[in-house]
Design a protein around this ligand. Structure first.
Ligand code: SF4
Length: 79
């Protein structure tokens, strides 16, 4: 998972800063300002992303890389 913040999409609703003030602030025009790098997505960041009306704060779930173990158990694995 990773956090993507796009201030150009922000409409200044302020939900992110209200829900997760340790991660988000707003500039003088109300646009989102990330306060720090997010190493692990915690519940407040997830709720901030869910509450953002413009999609400016998003949590992206990246596909898990296939491992040897997955390939062994995949029904499509060559035999
Ligand atoms: S919740 Fe979304 S629209 Fe509102 S300030 Fe935060 S990023 Fe901007």
């Amino acid at each position: 998972m990773k956090l993507v913040v796009d201030p150009s999409r922000c409409v200044g609703a302020g939900m992110c800063a209200l829900i997760a003030p340790e991660y988000f602030d707003q500039d003088e025009e109300g646009r989102v300002e990330p306060l720090r790098t997010v190493d692990a997505i915690d519940e407040s960041v997830r709720r901030a992303a869910d509450s953002c009306p413009s999609g400016a704060v998003r949590v992206i779930v990246e596909p898990r890389p296939a491992s040897d173990t997955d390939a062994e158990h995949s029904p499509r694995s060559p035999r």
